[in-house]
Design a protein around this ligand. Structure first.
Ligand code: XMP
Length: 486
């Protein structure tokens, strides 16, 4: 265990600047920001979207993974809905669609059109008989005539039959598939085994889309990565089973006080049942708490008690540790051996960089990603000013607690059983797409790396993590005013 430098005690993000170092990069866009969420999950952008019902559902998780981060789908949802969101992200933009939608020969064109519309796809594979999985042809939007009378005729009459298709065996590399599709001028490549059984589908659109996003977070099969939250007890085993089955890349046991027996029991039962699934746990805010989770063998530790914008924990209970101190304490306590996720309190992009050079491997954001197109909830427009806003709320805010009782199907709310609130609801300005927010964050982190005199985040962390205080400047009130008052 390394020793915590006492100058971190009582300190948080706006207490420091870092001393610029001689620059080595000529253009910041080449700066690598690679880091990791857990030992087996790399990130191209060390940012995680918070498992809150006003921050991360399917669209946010998809956007996060496309930009190199990862989203954690919140758990104030029925198990089915949460698992469905995981499935949606896993199916989005994957290089190989493992179970392409299909209809059987004999299906009417009208029925096939409905299937394609329901799943918002432009082509269906056609199998010889229902459930056979044997490829008979492909039906694309272009094959469907506009005449009403055709709708009652079978798809077999309109599809491109197997004899005219270009196909491949499963396991073809993305580059070989792309070459083949360009050579043959085709947009879809079905993957079939020796018996013509459908094993997948590659589309040119997905391949080109992926090429434009070299940083995106993908698993070994080329599907976007996504995490999902569970509790430490209650329905946790059933929920975890559904999420793992749906393809979740990591489970996050998220409780307000993670340094507790409840957490110990939760971790032990999940580990027993799902030993292979990366397990992230939190929240804790002390070295002792981090050590406790490390000793339980978790894959990453979430740090933060009370720094969040929607949090009232410190106000209501006086419990908490200033966030930069908490991050550094945790890092020292586990000797940098377990990845730390700094969760909460980021109000400016610079805070992310400070968290990363003091010990965090990634940073979880709530309010910074809220108010975007991809965050859940409706736009609220002020009729007088026409300003657009969205709701952001703590997960223990009265509003979130009451709504989740209904969403999870627990029926009527027993108000006396609801714990006193440690969260609140606010309205935040509408910010447009989260993709733009993430591009801005990426650019600012790349600039920070450049000011820190290195060409990658990894190199900056190697240099600064052993003793960040060598590079940090504590701010006087006047210096803080000079730096941040605008
Ligand atoms: P930011 O500052 O990024 O913080 O908005 C997001 C984090 O806040 C935590 N969170 C809460 N903390 N009461 C709390 O004390 C709550 O109701 C609450 N809801 C969310 C959570 O860790 C999240 O990632």
């Amino acid at each position: 265990m390394s020793i915590l430098d006492e100058r971190f005690i009582g300190k948080t993000f706006s207490d420091f600047l870092f001393r610029p170092q001689m620059g080595v990069v000529s253009t910041r866009s080449t700066v690598s920001l690679s880091s990791r969420l857990s030992p087996t999950i790399p990130l191209g952008l060390p940012v995680v979207s918070s498992n809150m019902d006003s921050v991360t559902e399917a669209e946010m998780a998809k956007a996060m993974a496309l930009e190199g981060g990862i989203g954690i789908i919140h758990r104030a949802l029925s198990i089915e809905r949460q698992a469905e969101m995981v499935r949606y992200v896993k199916r989005s933009h994957s290089a190989v669609i493992e179970s392409p939608r299909r209809v059987a020969c004999g299906t009417t064109l009208g029925e096939a059109k409905k299937v394609a519309a329901r799943h918002q796809i432009t082509a269906l594979l056609v199998e010889e008989s229902p459930g056979s999985g044997i490829l008979a042809g492909i039906l694309t939007n272009r094959d469907i005539p506009r005449t009403e009378s055709a709708l009652s005729r079978p798809v077999d009459e309109f599809m491109t039959p197997f004899s005219k298709l270009h196909i491949s065996a499963p396991g073809i590399s993305e580059s070989d598939a792309e070459r083949l599709m360009f050579d043959k001028r085709i947009e879809r490549l079905p993957l079939v085994d020796d018996n013509r059984v459908i094993k997948g589908l590659i589309t040119l659109r997905d391949l080109l889309f992926a090429k434009r996003r070299p940083y995106s977070s993908k698993d070994d099969k080329g599907s976007l990565r996504v995490g999902a939250a569970i509790g430490a007890r209650g329905d946790q085993l059933e929920r975890a089973a559904a999420l793992v089955e749906a393809g979740a890349d990591a489970l996050v046991i998220d409780v307000a006080h993670g340094h507790s027996d409840v957490m110990r029991e939760g971790v032990e039962s999940i580990r027993k049942q799902f030993p292979e699934t990366p397990l992230i746990c939190g929240n804790v805010a002390t070295g002792e708490g981090a050590r406790f989770l490390a000793d339980l063998g978790v894959d990453a530790i979430k740090i933060g008690v009370g720094p969040g914008r929607g949090c009232r924990t410190r106000l209501e209970t006086a419990a908490g540790v200033p966030q930069l101190q908490a991050i550094r304490e945790a890092y020292c306590a586990v000797d940098g051996k377990v990845p730390i996720i700094a969760d909460g309190g980021v109000s400016e992009d610079k805070d992310i960089f400070l968290a990363l050079i003091c010990g965090a491997s990634s940073v979880m954001l709530g309010s910074a990603l809220s108010g975007t197109d991809e965050s859940p909830g409706h736009l609220i427009e002020d009729p007088a000013t026409h300003q657009k806003r969205k709701i952001y709320r703590g997960m223990t805010s009265p509003q979130a607690v009451l709504e989740s009782q209904y969403e999870t199907g627990s029926g009527e709310t027993d108000l006396s059983a609801v714990p006193p609130s440690e969260g609140m609801q606010i309205q935040v300005p509408y910010k447009g797409s989260v993709i733009d927010v993430l591009h801005r964050v990426r650019g600012h982190l790349q600039s920070a790396v450049s000011y820190a005199g290195e060409s990658s985040l990894h190199a900056v962390r190697e240099k600064m993590l052993p003793d960040p205080m060598r590079f940090l400047i504590p701010l006087s009130d006047a210096a803080r005013k000079e730096s941040f008052d605008r």
